[in-house]
Design a protein around this ligand. Structure first.
Ligand SMILES: [Zn+2]
Ligand SMILES: [Zn+2]
Length: 350
């Protein structure tokens, strides 16, 4: 049976496999170059294109998926392996102790009490892999669980440094400007179900795992929100920069640059909904240029009542691609409203 993929699909798959995850704007510009179609104004075409790729990838347990990098708030697309054990995810490149080391780092990052989503280089290099015995035991069942296998004991400081370097190079991990270790884009793409099964607390706004988040100032409140979700949340409300759960004031200021960016994003969404006449766009641009706060917020509130928050929308868009792959034959002809329903009802099952 033919996969039905054209050279255009193959070009995109090839790019994602060889270059690793791509930013949304890079994937969009590739799509535009290949098809002469605008992926933003012709969203259904783009979604259909991705759906077709995903149908072909399903047979080999791969999936083209979108995710948001929680450190920069950007949407990335990447191909992930849907077989859910570390060995197959990290491929044949990494050995058992290296995978155990990666897992220890991930665990430390998600357990960071300040929710900055980082672990220091020194702390990582000092990790003992003793607690990771189960990985090895699972794979080498002849070894007893009661003592640490030698393969982990002999994993030296130099081995750790080398592994860290490789994990960063392969985008499983990344480094912050001040040299701490954070999750790489590949981990965000890949670990969604791991975050769930390990009870990583979720963001109050988008319900995705909250690895790099801001915490409510009220110590007895457990609300945590991604920075990109906060930006959307507070751009929709007049002056109430407060915790959506307990009402404690939330120190937050939208910069002028961010306000413009939010406007741009909202505008893109409106254009996609095919309602954006040129006149409307011109008017909105004028509002942004004038930086007229009142009008801006009225505009936002009107939008807020029409649709869910921007980041929910963004998340739905991210998830939609994944869900599309599961919808099967009827997916391509469904309206976007149907997509949303499907996505919402199946969120949390991945
Ligand atoms: Zn969020
Ligand atoms: Zn709170």
């Amino acid at each position: 049976m033919s996969s039905g993929l054209s050279w255009r699909h193959h070009t995109i798959i090839q790019a994602l496999l060889s270059r690793g995850p791509l930013k949304e704007k890079d994937l969009h510009s590739m799509f535009q170059d290949l098809t002469n179609k605008n992926p933003v104004t012709e969203r259904q075409l783009f979604d259909g294109f991705v759906l077709k790729i995903n149908k072909a990838l399903t047979c080999v347990h791969f999936e083209l998926r979108g995710c948001i990098d929680q450190y920069d708030g950007q949407l990335y697309y990447g191909v992930v392996n849907t077989v859910s054990d570390e060995q197959s995810k990290l491929g044949t490149k990494y050995k058992v102790p290296q995978i155990a080391f990666y897992k220890a780092i991930i665990e430390a990052i998600v357990q960071d009490a300040t929710a900055n989503g980082v672990v220091s280089n020194i702390a990582a290099l000092n990790f003992s892999l003793d607690s990771q015995v189960t990985i090895v035991s699972n794979q080498q069942s002849q070894e007893s669980q009661s003592h640490v296998p030698s393969v982990l004991k002999n994993f030296s400081l130099a081995d750790k440094e080398k592994t860290l370097h490789e994990l960063v190079k392969d985008q499983w991990l990344d480094l912050t400007a001040d040299g701490n270790i954070k999750l790489g884009v590949k981990s965000f793409l890949d670990l969604r179900s791991w975050f769930r099964s390990n009870d990583v607390p979720s963001c109050h706004v988008c319900s995705e795992a909250g690895v790099k988040v801001e915490l409510c100032q009220n110590e007895s409140c457990t609300v945590r929100i991604h920075q990109h979700c906060l930006k959307q949340l507070f751009s929709l409300r007049k002056a109430s920069k407060v915790c959506p759960s307990c009402g404690t004031p939330w120190p937050y200021a939208v910069t002028k640059a961010e306000a413009v960016q939010i406007e741009d994003e909202n505008e893109r969404r409106e254009n996609r909904q095919a309602s954006g006449s040129k006149e409307k766009r011109r008017k909105k641009n004028r509002i942004v240029e004038d930086d007229n706060a009142v009008q801006n917020e009225d505009d936002n509130e009107r939008r807020g009542s029409q649709q869910a928050t921007g980041s929910n929308e963004k998340r739905r868009r991210t998830n939609r691609i994944v869900e599309d792959a599961n919808i099967g034959g009827s997916g391509a002809s469904q309206s976007s409203a149907d997509f949303r329903r499907v996505t919402r009802s199946s969120a949390g099952l991945m």
